[in-house]
Design a binder for this molecule. Sequence first.
Ligand code: SF4
Ligand code: SF4
Length: 101
Amino acid sequence: MANKKPEDYVIPLKNIDDLPPMARTMGQMFVNETGSWRNVYPKINHDECIKCGICWQFCPDLSIVENADGFPEIDLVYCKGCGVCVAECPKKCIVMLEEGK
Ligand code: SF4
Ligand code: SF4
């Protein structure tokens, strides 16, 4: 689609069947606490977030959850710091920070 805007990506993702098969099968979050692998972590700027759910859709470890206001939050017990969410966010409102900062 020509001239696609970030808002055009908004899709309702309300259950696990909305996830691509790979995201549903590759994640090992229920077996390994993959957060211990991380040396950088993602931080979401909710002022810029449009709640499109793409970060949630692409996270390979299902480490992004929806908070009470409908915004994505990172579950740092399982987030391994891979950066996929940063790469896929259409609004570029997720940044990677060094642990401890
Ligand atoms: S960096 Fe993003 S995509 Fe990767 S595991 Fe953490 S939350 Fe998921
Ligand atoms: S952080 Fe980015 S990808 Fe995730 S819901 Fe917000 S705008 Fe979409």
